[in-house]
Design a protein around this ligand. Structure first.
Ligand code: BTN
Length: 320
């Protein structure tokens, strides 16, 4: 099916006869595969007599020859999956079976993409970036402190470079555009024991080409919505890999403290009045910044307090 999709991904018309000849199939076989594309991948295909078949919207498929990229002192192989429940879950399974980190998994589609705080992550076929980077952690817990914020900076720089210069960060690791539309989220999983040798799986979702979705319950956007142009997902992966290598290099060498100021400059909610939510508990304060371990620093009744934890989330107060 992928070979047919590669021919159709430009969004132009292709005659059934040429598709059949190119792939060495009958026209009926082509027609059946097109029906499968529609039913299994949710892609709409236009069929016009005399012109042929056209995808309702062009696609940017991942290139199976993306190969590898240099990250820290390693060469990190990139593996492409057609469909998976969650790239993070798959990376954890592979580590559990003894696969050696580093490696990066990219998927065309996730059937059960995971977000923070038990949420899902909408992952339609070939539209966005669904990426998990598995890295070995040799320096103990302190290496992981603030790591997800460092990754936020890397993602932010790629999102800005691909046409959303106004994008910024929201603690702990959302990338937002304009008045608060989410374009990217990050989810860290640890495999093994932090006190000993372990691996970290850095899950990154970036909305690249998605134009419509009714299942997302918060304001969101994609690079294509911002720029009106289809993003080449392979170019985005190459750019992001470079940013990850750069920021991870700094983080691994000096810790998040070396990136703290840069992070605070990019924080859209710096100085804002917020509510910090943990389950059904709420604390009101204003954002003073972040700490060297990535905790959020809030000023509450004239005193500064730091908070950290995977279940925490920030909301703007109505009077902010
Ligand atoms: C968030 O809630 O903001 C975090 C979203 C993280 C989504 C990415 S997509 C790739 C990786 N695989 C997953 O299942 N989740 C992360």
């Amino acid at each position: 099916m992928l070979d047919l999709l590669r021919l159709l991904q430009d969004g132009r018309f292709h005659s059934g006869a040429v598709l059949a000849r190119t792939l060495g199939l009958s026209r009926t076989a082509i027609w059946k595969r097109l029906k499968k594309l529609e039913s299994e991948l949710g892609l709409a295909v236009h069929s016009v007599p005399g012109r042929g078949y056209q995808l309702a919207s062009p696609l940017s498929l991942l290139d199976e020859h993306l190969g590898s990229f240099d990250c820290l002192s390693y060469s990190c192989p990139i593996h492409i999956l057609m469909s998976v429940d969650s790239t993070n879950a798959e990376a954890l399974r592979r580590l559990g079976r003894g696969a050696a980190a580093p490696f990066m998994l990219l998927a065309e589609q996730q059937s059960a993409g995971r977000g923070r705080r038990g949420r899902g992550w909408v992952s339609p076929f070939a539209e966005n970036l669904y990426c998990s980077l598995a890295l070995p952690v040799t320096g103990g817990v302190s290496q992981v402190a603030g790591l997800s914020l460092t990754i936020g900076l890397a993602v932010l720089r790629s999102v800005q470079a691909f046409g959303a210069p106004s994008a910024g960060l929201k603690w702990p690791n959302d990338v937002l555009v304009g008045d608060g539309r989410k374009i990217s989220g990050i989810l860290l999983d640890i495999s093994g024991n932090l006190e000993d040798r372990c691996n970290v799986v850095i899950g990154i979702g970036v909305n690249l080409n998605m134009l419509l979705d009714s299942d997302i319950t918060q304001p969101w956007t994609s690079l294509r919505q911002e720029t009106g142009k289809l993003v080449d997902r392979n170019e985005f992966v190459r750019h992001l890999s470079g940013q990850l290598a750069h920021y991870l290099g700094r983080h691994w060498q000096h810790g998040f403290s070396a990136l703290r100021e840069e992070w605070e400059t990019a924080h859209l909610w710096q100085g804002k009045k917020v509510r910090l939510i943990s389950g059904d508990q709420e604390i009101a304060g204003s954002v003073s910044g972040v700490a060297n371990d990535g905790a959020i620093r809030l000023e509450i009744a004239g005193k500064e307090h730091a908070f950290n934890g995977g279940e925490l989330s920030l909301r703007l107060r109505n009077d902010s």
